[in-house]
Design a binder for this molecule. Structure first.
Ligand code: UTP
Length: 409
């Protein structure tokens, strides 16, 4: 652990000395805790506030060609064989990103603990595990499943899954790792305090998953069990097909460094990030970055040129990820409502955004690859995200889709 003087020096160099304002009034345990927090913080994240984040500047955007549903149907036998062989050989591990705070859902436990069932209990974690079990059963082989949590939801997640007997998954094949945290700042860039000894922080975005996996030591475990590919997916999508042999086979067959499951847009204006080429490399362009011409542009066969939205289901090769991990990820600043302690020591829960959080995003990893195959799946069969309680991408819409796919609620 660093000393008070070392901490003070670090803070002075980035204008954050106020963090130590109450240090002399803290108990010994609180002092140690605060020094450890300071030691762990990546203060270079604060540079993202000055607007000169080169990595966020975009290059020349062009359409990218996808592997479409008809292409997949034509080659399904070959893809399936390749994919299932890779799973049986233990070459593919799954990584579930469940470190988010799920604020839009307004549920005070980890999102995976949400019960989507109606007549019986059916938790989001259960849906995700059931989906993965389909490949496990088909391959007759367990798949290593790594669950990323954050400091905020780790204990709840681990004890819930243990209590539910991992919904039938083999505990020897489930691993947990925690993502890193990032500090929250006010509009002038000063780090908020949650209490006199606690720096306000939040999970550092879903783009931090690989560096956290490496730091946890789990990557070495996966590699020594023979894993070469990671299928990364989010906790939101209760229809996510994970370790899908067809998807794995298509990526292996293509020789690409990565693949991304995508769905065709429902309308040109749909607010979704779509796959594209950026300066000749695979990338994702957000809907708000697209001009009207790009939104309505069509290919010779009438399909939208920017048609394929990402659904947070990627296949990455470990060796390429290790190379990418040597580079720094771009940092995004996001305006949020941040609870904090004011200068009089009172705890404030703001009703309006009052500062920024810092996040790295998994979509930024795509552009670090030389190749990434957009792999089209049927929206109604594989995409039922739960972001909100009601309306679009909600518990209500996901329940409808689950029932449509034969899941009894
Ligand atoms: P979202 O972008 O929906 O963020 O995450 P969120 O924090 O879960 O939800 P809101 O925005 O507060 O409502 C997409 C996926 O990335 C994971 C989430 O758990 C989800 O699977 N994620 C997000 C992380 O694992 N860590 C993060 O820091 C952020």
């Amino acid at each position: 652990m660093i000393t008070y003087d070392e901490a003070h020096k670090i803070l002075l160099s980035c204008g954050q000395e106020h963090i130590l304002n109450f240090f002399s009034e803290l108990s010994e345990a609180e002092q140690s805790s605060l020094l450890t927090q300071i030691e762990k913080i990546d203060f270079s994240l604060l540079d993202a506030l000055d607007g000169s984040n080169e990595a966020l500047k975009r290059g020349r955007i062009e359409p990218i060609e996808a592997v479409t549903i008809p292409d997949i149907e034509k080659n399904s036998d070959e893809y399936h064989k390749l994919g299932i062989e890779a799973v049986r050989a233990g070459k593919v591990a799954a990584v579930l990103l469940a470190g988010g705070q799920g604020t839009r859902l307004g549920f005070d436990k980890p999102k995976g603990m949400f019960n989507v069932g109606i007549t019986h209990e059916l938790y989001i974690f259960e849906c995700v595990i059931n989906n993965l079990m389909k490949t496990v059963n088909e391959a007759g082989a367990w798949i290593q499943l790594c669950v990323m949590t954050s400091e905020k939801n780790h204990d709840d997640t681990v004890s819930f899954l243990r209590e539910k007997n991992y919904f039938g998954y083999d505990p020897d094949h489930i691993h947990f790792f925690m993502q890193d945290m990032a500090p929250s700042v006010d509009y002038s860039g000063k780090i908020y305090m949650e209490s006199r000894s606690r720096i306000s922080s939040s999970p550092n975005g879903n783009g931090g998953w690989f560096s956290s996996l490496v730091r946890s030591g789990l990557l070495d475990t996966l590699k020594s069990s023979g894993a070469e590919w990671l299928n990364v997916f989010g906790v939101d999508n209760v229809l996510a097909k994970t370790a899908d042999p067809l998807f794995i086979g298509a990526v292996l067959k293509s020789g690409a460094q990565s693949g991304s499951k995508v769905v065709a847009k429902t309308a040109p204006e749909e607010r979704v990030g779509v796959m594209c080429l950026e300066d000749g490399r695979p990338s994702i362009v957000e809907y708000y970055e697209m001009t009207d011409d790009m939104i309505t542009l069509r290919t010779a066969d009438g399909t939208l040129a920017y048609n394929y939205g990402v659904i947070l289901n990627y296949l990455f090769s470990i060796s390429k990820l290790e190379e990418i991990n040597k580079q720094r990820m771009p940092i995004h600043t996001v305006e949020k409502k941040i609870p904090y302690m004011d200068e009089n020591g009172a705890f404030i829960s703001p009703s309006e955004p009052n500062g920024h959080k810092f996040e790295a995003l998994i979509i930024d990893m795509i552009n670090r690859h030389d190749s990434c195959i957009p792999y089209e799946v049927m929206r109604d069969k594989e995409f039922a995200p739960i972001k909100n309680a009601e309306g679009v991408d909600s518990v209500v819409s996901a329940r409808e889709l689950l029932e449509k796919n034969g899941v009894t609620l």
